[in-house]
Design a binder for this molecule. Structure first.
Ligand code: BG6
Length: 483
């Protein structure tokens, strides 16, 4: 079956850094459907040859040792460029002409990838509709939309409304690159491909869950964007909530896009909405020292670069189990991990008056950059009486020495093959905004909890450590060692 991927925003960073290297690797591995044409669209006036030459340089840089001039030559034969402006109807008519010529009337699946500035998503979709490019009588038509999907509930609804005028929901693929990570997908295998975890995965055995996405990098040159966004929009509404849903969802009956997403969205529906004192007590907001001097950041900015939220899920499985979500820039190290902290045994018969380690079982799911699991449990200290110590079972993804594939590889392949399981559905996105919006507004009001400063290179504000202590718990502040 013939396929075409049309990338709008072809001269942008994402296209050269992620999309083309991912498509190129898929091609090398024989995983791209044959033939797959790639058509880039942007305003700059390139010829096919000029665009291919530019991409050869960037792909050699980003695909690193996978790049060979021979396979690039074969891949790039199917790479084309069409200059065009999203505001100009005529450019879409020309694009249609080019696609019809390239596809030569063969039944073709077309995937339109919107990697433009977010404010152009709705106009681009409208133009696709007007030019007849969404008409699926000659083959399937899908549209992939990059993040951010709106900046709040109202804007995401209005974007959904605009898209739904042209494409059906089953044609829409909203990207969250966290879902393309192998270790995130492994969460589903861990939970639903084993029998030993599921019986314990509930309020009877789990004390609390911690989901941390720590980044060592600061905002760098993205200050202008970041200051308008802040960490709740940039990381929580999408990536952390995806991890929350996968950790907390019920078992889907099949691995099918709608069935999996039905279960995921139920989690967000069950998240207890903040009210009253929750806006100050169930969260911490922080800003790293030095943020105000970053390029593009106003000197009096109140934007948070660190946040924690304590969420409760009101259903039978999770009633009373807090989910602590935390993310921040300029922290000690880059680590994304999910900690399942089990309860202590109800009665400890070992140790007598001697000191015993009271630490209960803990399962740490390392998403990145370490990729694996650690299970902490008590064992006997050899050659002593019945004294125990915390021990660790360690699992690392065995990739045979190869790097795990970039998320975009998996996501682009799924978009081409029509599998939307790892993409966000409209109700998921809207539920997520319904949780985030009131918190954002409370944090932008005069009654907002104070913005706690923190030093670069630590684990966020001290207030965050104290906040956990007040709950009788502590953060798992460990940078994974990668072997
Ligand atoms: C992006 C955010 O969506 O995710 C960035 O805009 C953040 O601010 C990035 O750095 C983190 O992604 P990853 O895959 O590096 O954890």
């Amino acid at each position: 079956m013939s396929h075409t991927m049309v990338i709008f925003g072809a001269s942008g960073d994402l296209t050269s850094r992620k999309l083309i290297p991912a498509l190129y690797r898929l091609f090398q591995q024989g995983r791209l459907p044959t033939p797959t044409r790639i058509v880039g669209v942007a305003r700059s006036p390139f010829t096919n040859e000029e665009w291919r030459n530019q991409l050869a340089v960037t792909t050699a840089k980003f695909a690193k040792h996978d790049f060979t001039p021979e396979s690039w030559a074969a891949f790039s034969e199917n790479v084309f460029y069409q200059s065009g402006d999203i505001a100009t109807d005529e450019d879409f008519v020309q694009l249609k002409g080019l696609l019809d010529t390239l596809e030569a009337n063969a039944k073709t699946t077309r995937v339109y990838y919107l990697s433009t500035m977010p404010q152009l998503y709705a106009p681009a979709i409208t133009q696709l509709g007007k030019a007849g490019l969404a008409d699926d009588s000659a083959g399937e038509r899908r549209v992939v939309i990059e993040k951010p999907f709106g900046t709040d509930l109202a804007t995401s609804r209005s974007l959904n409304d605009s898209i739904h005028k042209v494409f059906r929901e089953d044609q829409i693929y909203r990207i969250d690159h966290y879902l393309g990570k192998e270790t995130v997908q492994n969460m589903m295998i861990l939970r639903f491909g084993n029998t030993i975890f599921e019986p314990l995965w509930n309020r009877n055995y789990i004390d609390h869950v911690q989901i941390t996405c720590a980044e060592e990098v600061a905002v760098g040159r993205r200050g202008g964007y970041y200051d308008k966004s802040g960490i709740l929009r940039d990381m929580f509404q999408n990536h952390l909530f995806q991890l929350l849903m996968i950790t907390a969802m019920e078992t889907p009956v099949r691995f099918n896009a709608d069935i999996v997403r039905d279960e995921k969205v139920k989690v967000l529906r069950a998240v207890r909405r903040f009210q009253g004192s929750d806006y100050s007590e169930s969260c911490i907001r922080g800003q790293y020292n030095g943020y105000l001097k970053e390029e593009g950041v106003p000197a009096d900015s109140q934007t948070e670069t660190f946040a924690t939220l304590k969420l409760l899920i009101d259903n039978w499985r999770w009633k009373g189990v807090p989910f602590y979500l935390r993310s921040g820039k300029a922290l000690s190290c880059r680590t994304t991990q999910i900690v399942i902290q089990f309860k202590e045994p109800p009665h400890l018969m070992f140790g007598g008056n001697r000191r015993v380690s009271p630490e209960a079982n803990r399962l740490v799911i390392q998403i990145q950059p370490a990729e694996g699991l650690q299970l902490f449990f008590q064992s006997k200290i050899p050659d002593q009486e019945m004294n125990m110590r915390l021990s660790e079972l360690d699992f690392r993804f065995d990739t045979g020495g190869r790097e795990l594939p970039d998320s975009y590889q998996r996501l682009l392949q799924d978009a081409l093959n029509g599998d939307a399981s790892l993409f966000a559905r409209s109700d998921e996105v809207e539920q997520a905004w319904q949780i985030i919006d009131p918190i954002m507004s409370a944090w932008r009001s005069p009654a907002a909890p104070s913005l706690a400063p923190y030093d670069v290179g630590g684990w966020g504000p001290e207030a965050s450590t104290d906040w956990m202590k007040r709950d009788g718990r502590q953060w798992f502040d460990v940078c994974p060692v990668i072997q």
